[in-house]
Design a protein around this ligand. Structure first.
Ligand code: BJW
Ligand code: ZN
Length: 249
């Protein structure tokens, strides 16, 4: 049964809520996930190899080609029902924090505010050397753009082996520690430190809900699991909440 009585009661009481999302929430918009589904979308590229400093240093042209291709793909998508419900939920709950590992900007496009982006944003660029934010127009992979300082321009995302943006991860940890309700949606929970957040929240007393069609290492810790795609799952949750408020007004 999803959502359960406990979950609905926490939402009715406007519990302090943290939501962590991963690539799965954008899957129904047509953005490919990183792991699990071996369909041909990634055939040309291996994200585990390309999303790293080493790859960029060795083959900046190839890494840029991958990011330009993904930017274009993401630019052609729109937020789905899952993103939209989370944006509406934020308006209903006075203490609500959305933490995402996604770089696709779809939460913001759905209307979510103050989104904590743990892994950056694919639509931004910065200098590899001095970190300065950069606007770069379309360019070919033969001519890679450079900063005034001489450094190479790179997408403003977090690669393996890099630190997460300090303020973002600190805020996410703080909010997770104080959460009464934590929703873990569409993430394989294989990448750290993001994967620590649901467990941290649970240990600090939060009610932990997982929404994911597949089992993850979060499943063993969860109080409630919904093995359904996030779009339909969150739509059900939203409809249940609305029938609830009708009764209470
Ligand atoms: C649906 C669905 C539907 C499908 N509805 N659900 C050894 C042990 C522990 C840690 C480490 C280690 N060695 C190295 C580390 C650290 C490393 C790490 O965690 N590695 C692990 C892989 C082992 N982490 C880091 O390096 C991080 N930095 C760090 O730790 O700094 C300190 C440090 C410095 C130096 C050395 C060591 C430590 C940085 C991590 C950066 C991750 N970056 C990426 C790329 C971002 C840019 C880009 O997009 O190009 O972030 S990798 C990629 O994975 C991306 C994602 O945000 C991230 C998480 O993936 P996510 O979102 O969970 O997606 P998937 O595809 O994995 O899962 C999709 C899920 O959706 C599945 O479960 C499906 O079932 C589900 N789903 N359809 C709902 N419709
Ligand atoms: Zn620079």
């Amino acid at each position: 049964m999803f959502p359960t009585k406990q979950l609905k009661e926490l939402l009715r009481k406007q519990a302090r809520t943290v939501v962590l999302t991963g690539a799965g929430i954008s899957a129904e918009s047509g953005v490919p996930t990183f792991r699990g589904n071996q369909d041909s979308l990634w055939s040309k590229f291996d994200p585990r190899e390309l999303a790293s400093i080493d790859a960029f240093m060795a083959k900046p042209g190839l890494v840029w080609e991958w990011y330009l291709w993904r930017r274009k793909l993401i630019g052609g998508t729109v937020p789905n029902a899952g993103h939209e419900v989370l944006a509406k939920l934020q308006k209903l709950l006075p203490d609500f924090t959305l933490v995402t590992q996604n770089v696709d900007n779809l939460h913001q496009r759905a209307g979510s505010e103050h989104v904590i982006e743990l892994h950056g944003n694919i639509h931004r660029n910065k200098c590899f050397d001095c970190g300065k934010a950069m606007d770069v127009d379309e360019f070919g992979s033969e001519q890679l753009p450079r900063c005034n300082c001489g450094g190479m321009i790179r997408p403003d995302v977090v690669w393996f082996g890099e630190m997460l943006p300090e303020r973002e991860i600190a805020a996410a940890i703080d909010k997770s520690r104080r959460a009464e309700l934590f929703l873990c949606i569409g993430t394989s929970a294989e990448v750290y430190p993001a994967a620590d957040l649901p467990v941290l929240a649970k240990r600090s007393g939060a009610y932990l809900v997982e929404i994911n069609p597949e089992e993850t290492q979060i499943s063993a810790h969860a109080d409630e699991i919904c093995r359904v795609n996030s779009g339909p799952a969150l739509t059900d949750l939203w409809q249940d909440m609305n029938s609830m408020t009708e009764v209470h007004h």
